[in-house]
Ligand binder design. Structure first.
Ligand code: ADP
Ligand code: MG
Length: 346
Protein backbone atom coordinates (compact mmCIF):
# COMPACT_ATOMS: atom_id res chain seq x y z
CA UNK A 1 0.00 0.00 0.00
CA UNK A 2 2.54 2.59 1.12
CA UNK A 3 4.98 1.92 -1.71
CA UNK A 4 2.18 2.04 -4.26
CA UNK A 5 0.98 5.34 -2.80
CA UNK A 6 4.49 6.74 -2.96
CA UNK A 7 4.81 5.58 -6.56
CA UNK A 8 1.48 7.15 -7.49
CA UNK A 9 2.37 10.32 -5.64
CA UNK A 10 5.63 10.50 -7.53
CA UNK A 11 4.14 9.95 -10.93
CA UNK A 12 1.29 12.37 -10.23
CA UNK A 13 3.67 15.08 -9.08
CA UNK A 14 5.95 14.60 -12.05
CA UNK A 15 3.05 14.31 -14.46
CA UNK A 16 1.48 17.53 -13.22
CA UNK A 17 4.81 19.32 -13.43
CA UNK A 18 5.35 17.96 -16.92
CA UNK A 19 1.87 19.00 -18.09
CA UNK A 20 2.25 22.48 -16.71
CA UNK A 21 5.75 22.81 -18.09
CA UNK A 22 7.11 23.86 -14.71
CA UNK A 23 10.72 24.53 -13.87
CA UNK A 24 11.99 21.11 -12.89
CA UNK A 25 13.90 20.91 -9.64
CA UNK A 26 16.41 18.25 -8.67
CA UNK A 27 17.88 18.46 -5.19
CA UNK A 28 21.40 17.10 -4.64
CA UNK A 29 22.84 16.41 -1.22
CA UNK A 30 26.61 16.20 -1.05
CA UNK A 31 28.24 13.71 1.32
CA UNK A 32 29.46 14.79 4.74
CA UNK A 33 33.15 15.65 4.45
CA UNK A 34 36.11 15.66 6.86
CA UNK A 35 35.07 16.51 10.38
CA UNK A 36 31.40 17.00 9.62
CA UNK A 37 29.32 14.44 11.45
CA UNK A 38 25.78 15.49 12.32
CA UNK A 39 23.37 15.82 9.45
CA UNK A 40 20.32 18.03 9.20
CA UNK A 41 18.75 15.66 6.66
CA UNK A 42 16.36 13.38 8.47
CA UNK A 43 14.85 11.43 5.61
CA UNK A 44 15.06 11.16 1.84
CA UNK A 45 12.15 9.42 0.13
CA UNK A 46 12.47 7.77 -3.26
CA UNK A 47 9.47 9.85 -4.33
CA UNK A 48 11.42 13.12 -4.45
CA UNK A 49 10.58 14.15 -0.91
CA UNK A 50 13.07 15.25 1.70
CA UNK A 51 12.70 15.88 5.42
CA UNK A 52 15.08 18.25 7.20
CA UNK A 53 15.32 19.44 10.77
CA UNK A 54 17.49 21.52 13.03
CA UNK A 55 19.59 18.81 14.76
CA UNK A 56 19.49 20.88 17.96
CA UNK A 57 15.70 20.67 18.21
CA UNK A 58 14.55 18.01 15.72
CA UNK A 59 11.06 17.54 17.21
CA UNK A 60 9.85 21.05 16.56
CA UNK A 61 11.66 21.89 13.33
CA UNK A 62 10.86 19.03 10.94
CA UNK A 63 9.96 20.19 7.44
CA UNK A 64 9.17 18.24 4.30
CA UNK A 65 9.81 19.42 0.74
CA UNK A 66 8.90 17.80 -2.55
CA UNK A 67 10.91 17.98 -5.74
CA UNK A 68 11.10 16.09 -9.02
CA UNK A 69 14.06 14.13 -7.77
CA UNK A 70 16.46 13.94 -4.86
CA UNK A 71 20.03 12.78 -5.38
CA UNK A 72 21.44 11.47 -2.13
CA UNK A 73 25.10 11.68 -1.04
CA UNK A 74 26.09 8.45 -2.79
CA UNK A 75 24.71 9.41 -6.21
CA UNK A 76 27.35 9.30 -8.93
CA UNK A 77 27.98 11.90 -11.65
CA UNK A 78 26.81 9.37 -14.25
CA UNK A 79 23.51 8.84 -12.44
CA UNK A 80 22.97 12.59 -12.32
CA UNK A 81 23.76 12.98 -16.00
CA UNK A 82 21.46 10.12 -16.97
CA UNK A 83 18.54 12.06 -15.51
CA UNK A 84 19.62 15.17 -17.40
CA UNK A 85 20.35 13.61 -20.77
CA UNK A 86 16.81 13.84 -22.12
CA UNK A 87 17.02 17.62 -21.77
CA UNK A 88 20.25 17.66 -23.76
CA UNK A 89 18.48 15.62 -26.43
CA UNK A 90 15.72 18.19 -26.58
CA UNK A 91 18.35 20.87 -27.31
CA UNK A 92 19.09 18.92 -30.47
CA UNK A 93 15.36 18.82 -31.24
CA UNK A 94 15.29 22.62 -31.16
CA UNK A 95 14.25 23.41 -27.59
CA UNK A 96 16.00 26.06 -25.55
CA UNK A 97 17.29 24.51 -22.36
CA UNK A 98 18.68 26.06 -19.21
CA UNK A 99 20.31 24.10 -16.42
CA UNK A 100 21.35 26.00 -13.36
CA UNK A 101 23.06 25.10 -10.09
CA UNK A 102 21.96 26.92 -6.95
CA UNK A 103 23.17 26.57 -3.36
CA UNK A 104 25.53 27.89 -0.73
CA UNK A 105 29.29 27.83 -1.24
CA UNK A 106 30.66 24.34 -0.68
CA UNK A 107 27.38 22.55 -1.39
CA UNK A 108 28.56 20.94 -4.65
CA UNK A 109 27.43 23.25 -7.49
CA UNK A 110 30.74 23.13 -9.33
CA UNK A 111 31.00 19.41 -8.64
CA UNK A 112 27.70 18.86 -10.46
CA UNK A 113 28.31 21.24 -13.35
CA UNK A 114 32.04 20.62 -13.99
CA UNK A 115 33.42 17.91 -11.74
CA UNK A 116 35.48 17.59 -8.57
CA UNK A 117 38.42 19.67 -9.70
CA UNK A 118 36.39 21.63 -12.19
CA UNK A 119 38.63 20.29 -14.92
CA UNK A 120 39.42 17.58 -17.39
CA UNK A 121 41.90 15.71 -15.26
CA UNK A 122 39.19 14.03 -13.28
CA UNK A 123 37.13 10.88 -13.83
CA UNK A 124 33.98 12.35 -12.36
CA UNK A 125 33.23 14.83 -15.11
CA UNK A 126 30.18 16.98 -14.60
CA UNK A 127 27.12 17.86 -16.66
CA UNK A 128 28.77 20.55 -18.80
CA UNK A 129 31.37 18.16 -20.16
CA UNK A 130 28.93 15.29 -20.64
CA UNK A 131 26.44 17.55 -22.41
CA UNK A 132 29.07 19.00 -24.74
CA UNK A 133 30.33 15.53 -25.43
CA UNK A 134 26.83 14.44 -26.46
CA UNK A 135 26.33 17.55 -28.58
CA UNK A 136 29.67 17.16 -30.35
CA UNK A 137 29.06 13.44 -30.87
CA UNK A 138 25.89 14.14 -32.83
CA UNK A 139 27.24 17.11 -34.69
CA UNK A 140 28.36 16.53 -38.24
CA UNK A 141 29.80 19.92 -38.98
CA UNK A 142 32.87 21.29 -37.23
CA UNK A 143 32.19 24.79 -38.43
CA UNK A 144 34.02 27.38 -36.40
CA UNK A 145 31.91 29.32 -33.96
CA UNK A 146 30.72 32.49 -35.63
CA UNK A 147 31.00 35.82 -33.93
CA UNK A 148 27.76 37.59 -33.38
CA UNK A 149 26.86 40.45 -31.13
CA UNK A 150 24.45 39.80 -28.35
CA UNK A 151 21.93 42.59 -28.57
CA UNK A 152 20.56 42.09 -25.12
CA UNK A 153 23.61 42.18 -22.96
CA UNK A 154 26.46 44.56 -22.74
CA UNK A 155 29.36 42.44 -21.54
CA UNK A 156 32.42 44.47 -22.53
CA UNK A 157 34.95 41.78 -21.59
CA UNK A 158 33.16 38.93 -23.31
CA UNK A 159 35.04 37.08 -26.03
CA UNK A 160 33.97 34.49 -28.55
CA UNK A 161 36.41 31.72 -29.44
CA UNK A 162 36.19 28.94 -32.03
CA UNK A 163 35.99 25.41 -30.63
CA UNK A 164 36.36 21.97 -32.17
CA UNK A 165 35.75 19.58 -29.30
CA UNK A 166 34.39 19.32 -25.77
CA UNK A 167 37.92 19.62 -24.39
CA UNK A 168 38.41 22.94 -26.21
CA UNK A 169 35.33 24.23 -24.45
CA UNK A 170 36.37 22.90 -21.05
CA UNK A 171 39.84 24.41 -21.45
CA UNK A 172 38.22 27.75 -22.24
CA UNK A 173 36.06 27.38 -19.16
CA UNK A 174 39.15 26.65 -17.05
CA UNK A 175 40.71 29.81 -18.40
CA UNK A 176 37.53 31.63 -17.45
CA UNK A 177 37.65 30.01 -14.04
CA UNK A 178 41.13 31.50 -13.52
CA UNK A 179 39.78 34.94 -14.25
CA UNK A 180 36.72 34.36 -12.16
CA UNK A 181 36.50 36.43 -9.02
CA UNK A 182 37.14 34.00 -6.25
CA UNK A 183 39.12 34.13 -3.07
CA UNK A 184 39.41 32.02 0.04
CA UNK A 185 36.51 33.04 2.25
CA UNK A 186 35.95 31.42 5.60
CA UNK A 187 33.67 28.89 3.99
CA UNK A 188 35.58 27.28 1.17
CA UNK A 189 38.83 27.88 -0.65
CA UNK A 190 37.20 27.20 -3.99
CA UNK A 191 34.44 29.59 -3.15
CA UNK A 192 33.19 31.70 -6.01
CA UNK A 193 31.49 34.97 -5.66
CA UNK A 194 30.68 35.21 -9.33
CA UNK A 195 28.42 33.30 -11.70
CA UNK A 196 29.83 31.10 -14.42
CA UNK A 197 27.64 30.87 -17.52
CA UNK A 198 28.31 28.70 -20.55
CA UNK A 199 25.93 29.15 -23.48
CA UNK A 200 25.98 26.78 -26.44
CA UNK A 201 24.10 27.71 -29.60
CA UNK A 202 23.03 24.68 -31.57
CA UNK A 203 21.97 24.56 -35.21
CA UNK A 204 20.57 21.19 -36.08
CA UNK A 205 18.13 19.09 -38.01
CA UNK A 206 15.39 17.01 -36.47
CA UNK A 207 14.22 13.56 -37.62
CA UNK A 208 12.12 14.99 -40.46
CA UNK A 209 14.94 17.17 -41.68
CA UNK A 210 13.54 20.43 -40.29
CA UNK A 211 16.20 22.97 -39.40
CA UNK A 212 16.35 23.66 -35.67
CA UNK A 213 18.03 26.44 -33.73
CA UNK A 214 18.36 26.35 -30.00
CA UNK A 215 20.50 27.35 -27.09
CA UNK A 216 21.72 25.61 -23.98
CA UNK A 217 22.63 27.64 -20.89
CA UNK A 218 24.77 25.89 -18.28
CA UNK A 219 24.94 28.07 -15.20
CA UNK A 220 27.00 27.65 -12.04
CA UNK A 221 25.65 30.39 -9.80
CA UNK A 222 27.57 32.20 -7.08
CA UNK A 223 27.11 30.94 -3.54
CA UNK A 224 23.70 31.78 -2.11
CA UNK A 225 24.83 32.14 1.51
CA UNK A 226 24.19 35.27 3.49
CA UNK A 227 27.19 37.56 3.53
CA UNK A 228 27.82 37.47 7.27
CA UNK A 229 28.41 33.71 7.20
CA UNK A 230 31.41 33.92 4.93
CA UNK A 231 32.92 36.69 7.09
CA UNK A 232 33.66 38.82 4.07
CA UNK A 233 34.89 42.34 4.64
CA UNK A 234 35.94 45.40 2.63
CA UNK A 235 36.05 44.92 -1.14
CA UNK A 236 34.97 41.31 -0.80
CA UNK A 237 31.94 42.33 1.18
CA UNK A 238 31.00 44.84 -1.51
CA UNK A 239 31.38 42.17 -4.16
CA UNK A 240 29.45 39.65 -2.11
CA UNK A 241 26.63 42.14 -1.65
CA UNK A 242 26.61 42.77 -5.37
CA UNK A 243 26.45 39.05 -6.06
CA UNK A 244 23.78 38.62 -3.45
CA UNK A 245 21.92 41.41 -5.21
CA UNK A 246 21.85 39.52 -8.51
CA UNK A 247 20.82 36.34 -6.71
CA UNK A 248 18.11 38.20 -4.87
CA UNK A 249 16.97 39.63 -8.23
CA UNK A 250 16.73 36.03 -9.41
CA UNK A 251 14.67 35.31 -6.30
CA UNK A 252 12.39 38.28 -7.03
CA UNK A 253 11.87 37.12 -10.60
CA UNK A 254 11.07 33.59 -9.51
CA UNK A 255 8.64 34.82 -6.86
CA UNK A 256 6.91 37.12 -9.35
CA UNK A 257 6.64 34.27 -11.88
CA UNK A 258 5.37 31.82 -9.26
CA UNK A 259 2.69 34.36 -8.24
CA UNK A 260 1.91 35.04 -11.91
CA UNK A 261 2.41 38.78 -11.42
CA UNK A 262 1.87 40.97 -14.45
CA UNK A 263 5.25 42.65 -14.00
CA UNK A 264 8.33 40.43 -13.83
CA UNK A 265 11.46 42.42 -12.82
CA UNK A 266 13.91 40.86 -15.28
CA UNK A 267 15.70 44.13 -15.91
CA UNK A 268 17.03 44.48 -12.37
CA UNK A 269 20.16 42.43 -13.03
CA UNK A 270 22.25 41.13 -15.91
CA UNK A 271 21.77 37.60 -14.62
CA UNK A 272 17.99 37.78 -14.87
CA UNK A 273 18.19 39.50 -18.27
CA UNK A 274 20.38 36.69 -19.53
CA UNK A 275 18.08 34.02 -18.13
CA UNK A 276 14.86 35.81 -19.12
CA UNK A 277 14.00 33.54 -22.02
CA UNK A 278 14.74 30.48 -19.90
CA UNK A 279 12.69 31.54 -16.90
CA UNK A 280 9.63 33.07 -18.42
CA UNK A 281 9.54 31.90 -21.95
CA UNK A 282 9.92 29.16 -24.39
CA UNK A 283 12.41 26.96 -22.59
CA UNK A 284 12.87 23.82 -20.59
CA UNK A 285 14.51 24.76 -17.33
CA UNK A 286 16.10 22.54 -14.72
CA UNK A 287 17.37 23.76 -11.39
CA UNK A 288 19.78 21.78 -9.24
CA UNK A 289 19.29 22.82 -5.62
CA UNK A 290 22.45 21.87 -3.77
CA UNK A 291 22.54 21.35 -0.05
CA UNK A 292 25.29 20.67 2.45
CA UNK A 293 24.03 18.11 4.93
CA UNK A 294 26.01 19.14 8.02
CA UNK A 295 24.23 20.61 11.01
CA UNK A 296 26.00 23.97 10.76
CA UNK A 297 24.49 24.56 7.33
CA UNK A 298 20.92 24.02 8.49
CA UNK A 299 19.84 27.64 8.05
CA UNK A 300 21.28 27.86 4.53
CA UNK A 301 19.86 24.44 3.66
CA UNK A 302 16.40 25.58 4.68
CA UNK A 303 16.72 28.75 2.65
CA UNK A 304 17.90 26.81 -0.43
CA UNK A 305 15.00 24.35 -0.12
CA UNK A 306 12.49 27.20 0.18
CA UNK A 307 13.98 28.92 -2.85
CA UNK A 308 13.85 25.66 -4.80
CA UNK A 309 10.25 25.04 -3.77
CA UNK A 310 9.28 28.46 -5.08
CA UNK A 311 11.12 27.77 -8.34
CA UNK A 312 9.25 24.49 -8.79
CA UNK A 313 5.97 26.45 -8.74
CA UNK A 314 6.97 28.48 -11.79
CA UNK A 315 5.04 27.46 -14.88
CA UNK A 316 6.97 28.11 -18.05
CA UNK A 317 4.19 27.25 -20.41
CA UNK A 318 4.73 24.70 -23.12
CA UNK A 319 8.13 24.96 -24.73
CA UNK A 320 8.21 24.86 -28.50
CA UNK A 321 10.99 23.58 -30.67
CA UNK A 322 12.51 26.35 -32.78
CA UNK A 323 12.18 24.77 -36.16
CA UNK A 324 11.74 25.81 -39.70
CA UNK A 325 9.66 23.39 -41.72
CA UNK A 326 11.06 21.83 -44.86
CA UNK A 327 8.48 23.71 -46.87
CA UNK A 328 9.61 27.10 -45.55
CA UNK A 329 13.23 26.19 -46.07
CA UNK A 330 12.57 25.15 -49.66
CA UNK A 331 10.68 28.38 -50.32
CA UNK A 332 13.56 30.37 -48.82
CA UNK A 333 16.00 28.48 -51.04
CA UNK A 334 13.85 29.25 -54.09
CA UNK A 335 13.83 32.94 -53.18
CA UNK A 336 17.62 32.87 -52.84
CA UNK A 337 17.97 31.12 -56.22
CA UNK A 338 15.69 33.64 -57.88
CA UNK A 339 17.66 36.52 -56.34
CA UNK A 340 20.89 35.00 -57.62
CA UNK A 341 19.43 34.50 -61.09
CA UNK A 342 18.23 38.11 -61.08
CA UNK A 343 21.62 39.40 -59.92
CA UNK A 344 23.33 37.38 -62.68
CA UNK A 345 21.07 38.95 -65.30
CA UNK A 346 21.78 42.51 -64.18
P1 ADP B 1 30.36 24.85 -4.65
O1 ADP B 1 30.71 24.96 -6.11
O2 ADP B 1 28.91 24.80 -4.39
O3 ADP B 1 31.03 25.91 -3.82
P2 ADP B 1 32.01 22.46 -4.73
O4 ADP B 1 31.46 21.80 -5.94
O5 ADP B 1 33.30 23.17 -4.88
O6 ADP B 1 30.93 23.45 -4.09
O7 ADP B 1 32.09 21.36 -3.57
C1 ADP B 1 32.67 21.60 -2.31
C2 ADP B 1 33.49 20.38 -1.90
O8 ADP B 1 32.67 19.24 -1.73
C3 ADP B 1 34.53 20.00 -2.95
O9 ADP B 1 35.68 19.53 -2.31
C4 ADP B 1 33.84 18.88 -3.72
O10 ADP B 1 34.77 18.03 -4.34
C5 ADP B 1 33.03 18.20 -2.62
N1 ADP B 1 31.79 17.63 -3.17
C6 ADP B 1 30.71 18.33 -3.59
N2 ADP B 1 29.74 17.50 -4.03
C7 ADP B 1 30.21 16.27 -3.91
C8 ADP B 1 29.70 14.95 -4.20
N3 ADP B 1 28.46 14.79 -4.72
N4 ADP B 1 30.48 13.89 -3.94
C9 ADP B 1 31.70 14.04 -3.42
N5 ADP B 1 32.26 15.23 -3.12
C10 ADP B 1 31.54 16.33 -3.36
MG1 MG C 1 31.81 26.45 -7.03
Amino acid sequence: GYNQAVKENKSLYNLLQELRGNIRVFCRIRPLINSESISSIEHVGNDGSIMVCDPLKPQTTRKIFQFNKIFGPTTTQDEVYKETQSLIRSVMDGYNVCIFAYGQTGSGKTHTMCGPSGGLSSQDLGISYMALNDLFKTSTSREDVKTSSNGLLNLPDAKKCPVQSPSDVINLMLLGEKHRASSPTAMNHRSSRSHSILTVHVNGKDMSGNVTRSSLHLVDLAGSERVDRSEATGDRLKEAQHINKSLSCLGDVITALAQKNSHIPYRNSKLTQLLQSSLGGNAKTLMFAHISPEADSYVETLSTLKFAQRASCVELGTAHANKESNEIRELKEQVENLKRALAAKE
